[in-house]
Design a protein around this ligand. Structure first.
Ligand SMILES: [Fe+2]
Ligand SMILES: [Fe+2]
Length: 261
């Protein structure tokens, strides 16, 4: 199967099974011409919630996570984000056929890891008595696609903002789940963290390779790539984790700037 066909399959078919398709062999011989899809197909059971911006329900507070249902609410939200990540990466594969082959290969590899994240969250949800789609699913990343107009804007927004924030959120919830003795959910979050470090590393490496002006300051170009819809504030969670950013290869001055953002 061709990568383009695979990406189209994910976005044009509506069932979760289609979004989790795992072809044994993929080639990228014919990436085609740029295609900017506005929205993915979603079956009724995984359709987007009809809320408007700002109406998303807040996640339950940490002190309520001893309650299985509250924990399931958190994991359901995270699982929804993983599915969005799968779709975003398929979107980028279709939007940037002219990007370097190695970039597309890395993006495809990351997409497959996001599919695996969806699977492991779904499995954990099942253990907690919930199926993906039982609670609202939000459009979130899809609201940003009009601004993902180049590979560098893609890595800035996805890898270096949303995925980077997960370097704080994943350990935050791993620790919360550990405190209440939910070992399975804790291990799940730790697994996500390890993959997310790789995804941020992909972002930072490609950010440098794709930079328009080699003399420009990283930080300035990053902020410009997010403008006008996002700010670097979105690249962090409640408790700032310098260590995982270092592990991902984020330059020290960048780490400082995000912390101060
Ligand atoms: Fe993920
Ligand atoms: Fe990721």
């Amino acid at each position: 199967m061709e990568v383009r066909e695979f990406a189209l399959h994910i976005l044009e078919n509506e069932r979760i099974e289609d979004k989790l398709l795992d072809p044994p062999f993929l080639t990228d011989l014919d990436p085609g011409s740029p295609l900017f899809l506005r929205e993915p197909a979603r079956a009724h059971n995984i359709r987007f919630s009809a809320h408007t911006r700002g109406e998303r329900k807040k996640l339950p507070p940490l002190q309520e996570l001893y309650d299985i249902e509250k924990r399931a609410v958190c994991l359901h939200r995270f699982c929804g984000h993983e599915l969005l990540a799968v779709e975003m990466m398929a979107y980028a594969l279709l939007a940037f056929p002219e990007a370097p082959t190695a970039f597309r290969r890395g993006l495809l590899f990351t997409l497959k890891e996001e599919q695996e994240h969806v699977r492991i969250y779904m499995k954990r949800l099942e253990g907690l008595g919930l199926t993906l789609g039982d609670l609202p699913l939000y459009k979130h990343f899809w609201r940003h696609t009009p601004f993902i107009t180049s590979p560098i804007r893609y890595v800035s927004m996805m890898s270096l903002t949303f995925e980077m924030a997960n370097l704080d959120f994943a350990p935050f919830y791993a620790s919360a789940f550990r405190k209440i003795g939910d070992k399975e959910s804790e291990e799940l979050m730790n697994r996500i963290l390890l993959d997310e470090i790789k995804h941020v590393r992909f972002g930072i490496n490609w950010f440098h390779k794709l930079q328009q002006r080699q003399d420009s300051h990283d930080w300035v170009e990053y902020c410009e790539s997010l403008y006008p819809y996002l700010t670097p504030k979105r690249a962090k969670g409640h408790i700032y984790q310098e260590e995982y950013r270092q592990k991902a290869g984020v330059p020290d001055d960048w780490i400082k700037k995000i912390e101060e953002a």
